[in-house]
Each structure stands twice: as C-alpha cells, then as structure tokens.
Design a protein around this ligand. Structure first.
Ligand code: IPM
Ligand code: MG
Length: 360
C-alpha cells in the first residue's frame, strides 16, 4: 500500500507531537511493508505570522490532493483581530469545511493502565468505552449572522434538517459496530434548534430498530459523564456540545493529551488529536504525543483500511502505558517520573517493533 499524507504541524506543541506521530507511522510502514509519503505544510497562527493567512493557498491545494491530512494543533491564543473577529482557529475551521468532513469521531476509551491516573475514582472509569460523534461543519461555529454591533455581540446556532440527518446516520452506523446504543445530546427544554435536532434524531432512530436510542439534555449529560460514564456508547452531538463534552470526557482517561479524533464524510480524512496548541508547555519536550499517535491509528484504519496496522499501534501504546510510562500530564507527582515527548515516541516505536517481530 502506498499513501500520501499531509502533515500540518501548526502551533504550540503541534510540531512536537507530529514528529513522534511521523516516527510511528514510518515504523508501521517499515514493519508491514507500506510506503507512506509525508509532506508538510503550514497552518494556524504560525502560518498567519509567516504568510498572512492561517490556511495558506499552498496548504489548501495540497490538502485536496493527498489521501489523508494529520493536524498537530492550531491556535496560539484566543485574541480579537481586526473587526473584533476571533481569528486564532479559522485556519482549522476552513480546512474542515474545505474537506467536507461533517462527522468528527472522538473515541474515549480508558486503558486499564490509566484507571488510576484519572482524577475520578477507579470504579467509575474502569471499562469506559464511548465515542463522541460530533457534527463538525454546522451549528454556531459557522452560523450567520454573527458579529458585534452597537454594543451587542451575537452568534447563530443554526442546523438544517439534512445536516442533523447525516450526522445521526453516522452515529447509528457506528453504534452498529459497537454496543448498539446512541444517546443524542441537546438542550431541547430551551432551544428551538435543539427541539428540531431531537425530532430529526428520533426520526432517524426509527430506521435503526436494533439500536437503543435516547435523547439527553446537555447539562444532564455533563453530569452523567462524571457520575456514570459507562452508560454511554455513542454520544451524538452538535458541533459546540461535542466540543465541550469531549474535553470533559478526556478527564476520564486522565489527560486530554491521550485523545485522537478522525473527521470523515468527505473524500479525504482529516485526523487531529483533540488537544489544543498548549503554548504554555510548547518547546519543552513534555507534551503527550499519544493523541497524535492514536490519530495515526485511526487514519490507518479509516483512510487506508489497515485495521491490523491500526491495532498494532494501539497495542504498542497500551503496552508502553502498562509498563508504567507516561508523559508529565499523566503523572500526579508533578512529572518527576515522566518521560519526554520524544522518549514516549521512541518507546512506542520500540513496542511496535517487538509486536511486529512476534508477528502480532
Ligand atoms: C477542537 C478544538 C477546536 C474546535 C478549536 C481549536 C477551533 O477545540 O477540535 O476541539 O473547537 O473545534
Ligand atoms: Mg475542543
């Protein structure tokens, strides 16, 4: 198998974590006989500083001609730019739109080795295995009108029936491959857009009688995620609710640095760790590369249809965690026993080699 992948390291810790993701990708390729060509291009605030655009034309052109795109992190600071517009993340939002990937898949599975690293008690988090299916191209992130006029600021939460329908279908289809349960999240006790969301999600659920379906209010879901997270299998959410709940769900795993994501639905898959640019720790070699590395696993599975290779990466990560290794974010002792970003990448590559040699 040959593949061309566009790496967009971006801002903050993005370049550091993508370096390790690249080493893992190259190691998997070498072990399993695939040739992955990696090209790099700029995105985010660093791109804007250099080229005056958070998604330069060169990056756009490359993004639509590769097999898959892997983003490191985007957005150094939330700061208003001309006209009061918050521009820090526009490059990423434009890229998602350009590729047409409406379904953002964010798995949250707690490995046994991390059960004690979560701030929640082990009995709550052991065995958690859920996935947030987040609508990625609509809602308040893109809705018009938005702006600031005469001392009033406004954004618009807006969803077309077709947008809700297609993300619902993605969630139900995914549930069929899992524990067959979908919980749709809304604020239907208040918002018109949520009442509509609930109605369409319910309609779609009738096409999936084999899937257990329910709707839940977002505030209740925020509580249930901490109180009883094992009840969830697939969480179906709008753009904004999915953004918030996926950060919350990361606490179950012990660190936001652990979580991968895949955005699918268009022709070219877009993969990103869930974490942001973390400028406060950038350049120190302390960032957790596992979110980026597990995003590579999702890419191997979803873009390249290589489930065995994806499984090998996940197994290597699990093994390293079981051996007790972790970056600073996973260490309650303030990081004294932690390994660096580069060492974590190296350990995972080593674990892959062992698995490869054993034919696993
Ligand atoms: C995420 C991030 C982005 C989002 C930001 C950086 C635009 O928080 O992927 O969760 O809100 O989608
Ligand atoms: Mg987010």
């Amino acid at each position: 198998m040959d593949g061309r992948i566009l790496f967009l390291p971006g801002d903050g810790i993005g370049p550091e974590v993508l370096l390790e993701a690249r080493r893992v990708l190259e190691a998997v390729g070498a072990i399993h006989g695939h040739r992955f060509e990696v090209i790099e291009a700029p995105i985010g605030d660093s791109a804007r500083e250099r080229f005056g655009d958070p998604l330069p034309e060169e990056t756009r052109a490359l993004a639509v001609e590769v097999d898959a795109v892997l983003v490191g992190a985007v957005g150094l600071a939330v700061r208003p730019v001309d006209g009061g517009r918050v521009d820090a993340s526009r490059g990423l939002l434009d890229l998602r739109r350009l590729l047409g990937n409406h379904a953002n898949i964010r798995p949250v599975a707690v490995p046994d080795a991390l059960v004690d690293r979560s701030p929640l008690r082990a009995e709550y988090v052991r065995g958690v295995d859920l996935v947030v299916v987040r609508e990625l191209l609509g809602g308040i992130y893109y809705g018009r009108p938005r702006g600031v006029e005469d001392g009033v600021a406004f954004d618009t939460e807006i969803y077309a029936e077709e947008e809700i329908r297609r993300i619902s279908v993605s969630a139900f289809e995914l549930a069929r491959t899992r524990r067959k349960k979908v919980t749709s999240i809304d604020k239907a006790n208040v918002l018109e857009s949520s009442i509509f969301w609930r109605r369409i999600a319910e309609e779609v659920s009738r096409d999936y009688p084999d899937i257990e379906f329910s709707s839940m209010l977002v505030d209740n879901c925020a509580m249930q995620l901490i109180r009883n997270p094992r009840q969830f299998d697939v969480l179906l959410t709008s753009n904004m609710f999915g953004d918030i709940l996926s950060d919350e769900a990361a606490v179950l795993v012990g660190s936001l640095g652990m979580l991968p994501s895949a955005s699918v639905g268009g022709d070219i898959g877009l993969y990103e760790p869930v974490h942001g640019a973390a400028p406060d720790i950038a350049g120190r070699g302390t960032a957790n590369p596992i979110g980026a590395i597990l995003s590579v696993a999702m890419m191997l599975e979803l873009t390249f249809a290589l489930p065995e290779e994806a499984g090998a990466v996940r197994a290597a990560v699990d093994r390293v965690l079981e051996d007790g290794h972790g970056t600073a974010d996973l260490h309650a002792d303030g990081g004294r026993a932690a390994v660096s970003t580069a060492r974590m990448g190296e350990l995972i590559v080593e674990a892959l080699g062992v698995a490869g040699a054993a034919g696993v």
